[in-house]
Design a protein around this ligand. Structure first.
Ligand code: HEC
Ligand code: HEC
Length: 330
C-alpha cells in the first residue's frame, strides 16, 4: 500500500478545522424558552408544600435507582400529576407527561438547603417544559427563582445552574424527565417508590414489564452510573433542537439503557459502543472515559477536560472506583 503523505497546507487546514470545532461554543445553550416567565417568583408559590412545611396533597416523593452525582449534595425529589391524569407510557423509554405536571428536586449541601429545581410541563409538544432553579433565602425557608443561577449558595460550594443549562441535560431526551422513568423505577430497591407503586397509584397508561438492568453487581453499578450521569447527552435519540447545538457530543457513544436491550449486558448501548478508546478492557488508566470521569478541570482548546462537562466541581470517587473495577474486568 502506498504511504500517504499529507501536504503541509492540508495539515494546516485539518489543524484549523480541529481548533475551530474545539472552540465552537457548544457549551452555550440557547436562552431559556419564553415559558420560563410563567414560573412563579417564589418557591412557596409552586405548590410543593403547605404552610406548615408538609407536602401539598397529591405530591409524591420518589428516588431514582441510579442518581446523578451532585458533588455530594443530599437530594429529595417529588412530582405531582394534574388530578385524574396519567403518564402516557406507551413509548417505554420516553414517557410523556400530562400538561401541568410538576417535578421538584431539593438540594441540601453540608446540611444547608441551597436550591430547589422545578420542571413544569407547559404545553403538549415534547419540548414544552419550563425549567429553573429557586435559590434559598438566608433563613432557608423560602427560595427565589434565579434565571441566571447562583454561585456558592448560602456559604456552601454549591452552584445553582442557570435556566438555560437545565436543557443541556434535560433536553437530551424527548421526555425531558430523566429520573422518573421505566428504567429508573424498574430498578428501585424493594420498599421504594417503584413501577408497581406508580401503577398502583394509577399513574401509568400501560403496564410495564420487568426492566432489570442485566449483569453482575459491578456491571449493574457501572451501567446504572453511566445511564444516570451520561446518557441524557450520550444517546442516539436526542431530539432536534431549534437553537444552536447545546452540549451535543456528536459522537457515537451511547450510554442509554433501552428497555429492548436489557436481555444481556452485551446488547446494551455501553457495551456496543464504549469499547474503543473510551474504554480499553483491563486498562482504566488508558481509557478516555475513565480519565475524563476522574478529574475536574475546565474545558481546554483541544477537547473535553472532564465528564460530565457541567454541574459538578467534585470528583465522584465512588463512581471512579466502580468504573475502575468494571473496566479491569468488563
Ligand atoms: C448535568 C445534567 C443536568 C443538569 C444541568 C440539570 N439536571 Fe435536572 N436532572 C438530571 C438527571 C440525570 C436527573 C435524574 C437523576 C437524579 O435526579 O439524580 C435530574 C432530575 C431532575 C428533576 C427531577 C425530575 C427528573 O427529571 O427526574 C428535576 C425537577 C430537575 N432535574 C430539574 C432541573 C432544573 C430545573 C435544572 C436547571 C436549573 C436541572 N435540572 C439541571 C440532570 C441534570
Ligand atoms: C451535558 C452533556 C454531557 C454529559 C452529561 C456527558 N457528556 Fe461526555 N461529551 C459531551 C460533549 C459535548 C462531548 C464532545 C467533546 C467536547 O467536549 O467537545 C463529550 C465527549 C465525551 C467523550 C469523548 C472524548 C474524546 O476525547 O473523544 C467521552 C469518552 C465522554 N464524553 C464520556 C462521558 C461520560 C462517561 C459521561 C458521564 C460521566 C459524560 N460523558 C457525560 C457531553 C456530555
Amino acid at each position: 500500500m502506498k504511504a500517504y503523505h499529507p501536504s503541509p497546507a492540508f495539515l494546516m487546514s485539518v489543524l484549523l478545522a480541529a481548533f475551530t470545532a474545539a472552540c465552537a461554543e457548544f457549551d452555550v445553550c440557547a436562552p431559556p424558552a419564553a415559558n420560563v416567565a410563567s414560573l412563579p417568583a417564589r418557591l412557596s408559590e409552586t405548590g410543593l408544600r403547605q404552610a406548615d412545611g408538609g407536602l401539598a396533597p397529591g405530591v409524591v416523593a420518589f428516588t431514582p435507582a441510579f442518581a446523578l452525582w451532585s458533588d455530594g449534595a443530599e437530594k429529595h425529589r417529588y412530582l405531582r400529576l394534574p388530578d385524574g391524569q396519567q403518564i402516557d407510557t406507551s413509548a417505554v423509554d420516553d414517557w410523556r407527561f400530562p400538561v401541568g405536571t410538576r417535578f421538584w428536586k431539593e438540594f441540601i449541601r453540608d446540611g444547608v438547603p441551597v436550591e430547589t429545581r422545578l420542571l413544569v410541563k407547559t404545553g403538549p409538544a415534547d419540548h414544552e417544559w419550563a425549567a429553573g432553579a429557586y435559590v434559598f433565602d438566608d433563613g432557608g425557608v423560602d427560595a427565589t427563582f434565579a434565571e441566571a443561577g447562583a454561585v456558592d449558595v448560602r456559604g456552601t460550594a454549591h452552584d445553582a445552574p442557570a435556566a438555560s443549562l437545565c436543557l443541556g441535560c434535560h433536553g437530551g431526551r424527548s421526555s425531558f424527565v430523566l429520573g422518573f422513568s421505566a428504567l429508573q423505577l424498574g430498578n428501585v430497591a424493594p420498599g421504594g417508590f417503584d413501577l408497581a407503586a406508580a401503577a398502583d397509584a394509577g399513574m401509568l397508561s400501560t403496564a410495564i414489564g420487568p426492566m432489570r438492568v442485566p449483569g453482575t453487581d459491578d456491571q449493574r453499578a457501572a451501567l446504572g452510573y453511566l445511564h444516570a450521569n451520561c446518557s441524557h447527552c450520550h444517546n442516539t435519540q436526542r431530539p432536534m433542537t431549534m437553537g444552536p447545538r447545546c452540549f451535543d457530543p456528536q459522537n457515537e457513544l451511547d450510554m442509554f439503557l433501552r428497555a429492548d436491550e436489557l436481555g444481556d449486558v452485551a446488547a446494551t448501548g455501553p457495551y456496543r459502543t464504549l469499547f474503543t478508546n473510551a474504554v480499553r478492557k483491563g486498562d482504566p488508566a488508558n481509557s478516555t472515559l475513565f480519565q475524563l470521569v476522574s478529574r475536574r478541570q475546565p474545558k481546554g482548546a483541544f477537547g473535553p477536560q472532564q465528564m460530565p462537562p457541567l454541574a459538578t466541581d467534585v470528583v465522584d470517587e465512588a463512581a471512579v472506583e466502580t468504573l475502575r473495577r468494571w473496566i479491569q474486568a468488563p
